[in-house]
Design a protein. Structure first.
Length: 237
């Protein structure tokens, strides 16, 4: 299993490589975003990358821009972990919005990073459950789980895989309240992770569905589809 480690600090790359190799990984190193992009563009080779560790502040393109490019390109499902500066919350949120699977703040424990790599790979390699073929309809929205299509009226919506999974889960459980921890586990099978991931995807999904979405915030408890209408509670748009 090949892991790409892209960071402009050679000491960081060497330490990370040693820990990952102890776990039986093959590591490809690059010192900037251009070289990392070239590595990620290779497919069907013995060193085909199965996960990328990208430094946010490496020479252009930085980790966040490269993450966006990967998600918009030929490898949208490649797991990505970002390395960010300690306390730089804006970078972490931007990284999650760009599609990163996880992040680790510098300075970090190499062993922690190796464990996070193992966890992300375990999550991404889980087999997908057999899809329910039944169409889901609610108000103007129609969702075809088998074809992974979403329509608002006659307009097709473009959702990322995680946004699509989140919408299907909520539509299949109308009125039920799910905490962020529960959504991480039940929607994406994550045994641990940044709860901001859920917050960011809820925000993006609401924006794409538009004003007629029914994703409600139940304060102090979590999120639900259509909870406000069923329970007479205020909705957070």
């Amino acid at each position: 299993m090949c892991i790409l480690v892209a960071d402009d600090d050679p000491v960081v790359r060497e330490v990370v490589r040693r820990y990952l190799e102890r776990d039986g990984r093959t590591v490809v190193e690059t010192g900037d975003g251009r070289a990392a992009h070239a590595v990620l563009a290779r497919t069907g080779t013995p060193d085909d990358v199965e996960l990328a560790v990208l430094d946010v502040m490496m020479p252009e393109p930085g980790g966040i821009d490269l993450c966006r490019a990967v998600r918009a390109g030929q490898r949208p499902d490649t797991p990505i972990i970002l390395l960010t500066a300690l306390g730089d919350e804006d970078d972490r949120v931007l990284g999650l919005e760009a599609g990163a699977d996880d992040y680790v703040t510098k300075p970090f424990s190499p062993r922690e990073l190796a464990l996070r790599v193992a966890s992300v790979l375990r999550r991404s390699s889980r087999p997908e459950p057999a899809p329910d073929q039944q169409l889901l309809r609610d108000g103007p929205f129609t969702v075809d789980p088998s074809a992974q299509l979403v329509f608002a009226g006659d307009t097709a919506l473009t959702l990322t895989p995680r946004e699509f999974d989140l919408l299907v889960f909520l539509l299949r459980n109308p009125g039920r309240v799910f905490s962020r921890e529960s959504l991480l586990e039940q929607v994406w099978g994550w045994d641990f992770g940044d709860l901001s991931t859920v917050t960011v995807h809820i925000k993006r999904l609401r924006a794409k569905l538009g004003a007629r979405h029914r994703i409600d915030t139940v304060w102090g408890r979590g999120y639900a589809w259509g909870r406000a209408e069923l329970a007479g509670e205020p909705s957070d748009a």
